[in-house]
Design a protein around this ligand. Structure first.
Ligand code: FAD
Length: 195
């Protein structure tokens, strides 16, 4: 099996495949954990559920918003943690057993053959874990904000205290529901609880 991309998705899939007895090769343009792809904030419970707690660095029980006018604090329904990217990747990779890793830049796909800067790789199962640019798709590359799978943080204040104006905005955002604050992307209300 060929897993393209050695970040969260690729390493998690590699561990599952290797655990099922598959012969797995993982490729990435960088060494595992070398280039952080995320700000690395996650609900604490998710880290615990995946037994990745040793990569935790800080834990936050409240949302703190600093503006030039004041600081507002809201308690969170669950805590968030930051984690060390390299360490978390190493933990995931340690679960991939006999899986092998090679650095290679993927440039495209022809059927079940993946083309890289180090040659072509053919496998009965190809996992595209290269992130949002969909390099392996035969569709045109996609960029935010048109990427349908792209997400954005949004700040909602249902019943919360009114906030001051956002820097750069011409009017204060004082309405309670799904008022985007200082985001560039269109904000959608999102309040998915952790499983
Ligand atoms: C600025 C920013 C901050 C974010 N912060 C958070 C956060 O705090 N919490 C959160 O939950 N989510 C966050 N996200 C979203 C999160 O980063 C993604 O959901 C997550 O990284 C997706 O994981 P993935 O494994 O699918 O892809 P990625 O993490 O993007 O991994 C893709 C892997 O593929 C490799 N790769 C890419 N192209 C090639 C190629 N052509 N050839 C070879 N290898 C290649 C890359 O090196 C990388 O290792 C953030 C996103 C951004 C952009």
């Amino acid at each position: 099996m060929l897993v393209c991309g050695a970040s969260f998705a690729g390493l998690a899939v590699a561990a599952e495949l290797a655990g099922a007895g598959a012969s797995v090769l993982v490729v990435d343009r960088y060494e595992i954990g070398e280039r952080q792809t995320s700000a690395c904030g996650i609900p604490t419970q998710w880290l615990r559920a995946m037994d990745l707690g040793t990569s935790e660095r800080q834990r936050f029980d409240e949302l703190v918003v600093h503006t030039p006018w004041r600081t507002a604090r809201w308690p969170l329904p669950w805590s968030f943690s930051t984690f060390d990217y390299r360490e978390l990747c190493a933990l995931l990779w340690s679960r991939a057993g006999e899986a092998e890793f090679e650095t290679a830049t993927v440039t495209g796909r022809r059927g079940d053959t993946v083309i890289t800067d180090r040659g072509e790789l053919t496998a009965p199962l190809i996992v595209d874990a290269l992130g949002w640019r969909r390099v392996l798709s035969n569709a045109p590359p996609i960029q935010p904000p048109n990427a349908s799978a792209s997400t954005s943080w949004s700040f909602t204040r249902p019943g919360g205290p009114p906030a001051g104006p956002c820097p750069g905005r011409s009017r204060p955002s004082t309405t309670a529901s799904s008022a985007p604050c200082c985001g560039n992307a269109p904000a959608r209300p999102s309040s998915r609880p952790p499983p």
